[in-house]
Design a protein around this ligand. Structure first.
Ligand code: LLP
Length: 381
């Protein structure tokens, strides 16, 4: 029996997901950048780079990983509300395709650093569209109250000083309203706002040569088996039908979760069963350090006993990890076949924001990953 816990990635499903994504954008002027933050496992990055996607990075470290995995620098976009001078310099030195800017000060710093390097930066403005993403408040970004994007006050100030910024050119707009969005009307609302803002951009800044609509497409955490591939059809259709832009403007997307979430799961062992008058606890050898989402967002992940044998009778368990925090709980009152010490539990939909958000709190070591495809099996320690 393999040492647990470990992340298990089904590369066949990842390939199937990428094929579905690519068939949806074939023949369009759409370009998808994979949001590296969702999962930066080297093999996964390499596979996605080989499929011709770009990369969406939010730090110098992510840019480096993307370059090392084979993404071409011109296909890398660099975003983030707090880029350091060193990260900006690194991005400029490596000629990343686009920098998404989120404040006036950041734009001034980029202009200055580009000047020092005797180079020229292409940038896009991240604008806050004030669109409700209808998702968990902790993963909502497109509302006025969120820290992301240039404020309208700063946008107005920028128009005044833009002609003096000689080392950069503002070529377009960037948006991202939130994550785990399953209601496609959110994207219709976003398109409406973009249609309103595009003429403003053209009048105040110049021709719109680049549009990036962010990511955020959600997945089915409740029925991963029934819905292994997210609704790419509905998602791209919203943009195909609702964006009213000159068709020569390329439209960029930054999808993370929808590409990788369903191909991954976390395999973990039951260490102990503990019974009280009120409850049964199943204590696992994986915790919030390997999958933070339930503790951080009360997120639901489907859990199954790996042997898959029907036992008939099922029992309610609180499924908890070994970390010294009460929030280290994957789910309360979860109905499962009878569990015993040594049973393996699969926690589903862990391909996104699990391994990449892992922690070493409580002295926990990073756990290995197994990448499975019908062609080969790769184990990483
Ligand atoms: N672009 C920007 C600017 C973003 O901030 C994000 C995600 C993405 C693209 C990719 O979004 P996706 O397609 O993966 O939804 N840790 C949270 C999710 C945080 C998302 C942060 N930004 C979770 O586990 O649900």
């Amino acid at each position: 029996m393999k040492q647990t816990p470990y992340y298990f990635y089904d590369l066949d499903l990842l390939n199937e997901t990428l094929n579905c994504l690519k068939s949806n954008i074939k023949g369009t002027n759409f370009k998808v950048h994979y949001a590296v933050k969702a999962n930066n496992n080297t093999e996964i990055l390499q596979l996605i780079a080989n499929e011709g996607l770009g990369a969406d990075c939010v730090s110098g470290g992510e840019i480096r990983w993307a370059l090392e995995a084979g993404f071409h620098s011109s296909e890398i976009v660099f975003a983030g509300v707090g880029k350091t001078d060193e990260e900006i310099t690194y991005a400029l030195e490596n000629n990343v395709g686009m920098i998404h800017c989120e404040s006036l000060q950041e734009i001034l710093v980029i202009n200055e650093l580009a000047g020092e390097l005797n180079t020229f930066a292409n940038i896009a403005l991240r604008l806050n569209p004030n669109v409700n993403p209808l998702t968990h408040e902790k993963i909502s970004t497109g509302l006025k109250e969120n820290k992301f994007g240039l404020t309208s006050l700063e946008f107005e100030e920028l128009i005044g000083i833009y002609p003096t910024l000689s080392n950069l050119r503002i070529v377009g707009m960037h948006f991202h309203v939130g994550s785990q969005i399953q209601d496609m009307s959110v994207y219709v609302d976003l398109c409406d706002r973009i249609n309103e803002l595009a003429p403003v951009f053209t009048t105040c800044i110049g021709p719109l040569e680049y549009l990036n609509v962010g990511g955020g497409l959600g997945i089915d955490y409740f029925e991963p088996e029934e819905n292994p591939i997210p609704d790419f059809d509905g998602y791209f259709e919203a943009f195909k039908t609702c964006l009213e832009l000159d068709p020569s403007v390329p439209v960029h997307f930054e999808l993370g979760r929808s590409i990788v979430a369903q191909c991954g799961s976390l395999h973990t062992k039951v260490l102990y069963i503990k019974r009280s008058e009120e409850k049964n606890f199943a204590v696992l050898d994986a915790g919030m350090t390997e999958l933070l989402r339930p503790a951080l967002y009360n997120a639901y992940h489907k859990m199954e006993r790996l042997d898959g044998l029907e036992t008939g009778e099922e029992f309610l368990y609180d499924i908890v990890g070994p970390i010294c925090e009460s929030s280290d709980c994957f789910g309360k009152d979860i109905l499962l076949p009878e569990l015993k010490r040594g049973d393996i539990i699969t926690i589903r939909s862990c391909g996104a924001y699990a391994e990449s958000m892992s922690l070493n709190y409580n002295g926990r070591e990073k756990v290995p990953s197994i990448l499975h495809s019908t062609l080969n099996l790769v184990e990483k320690g």
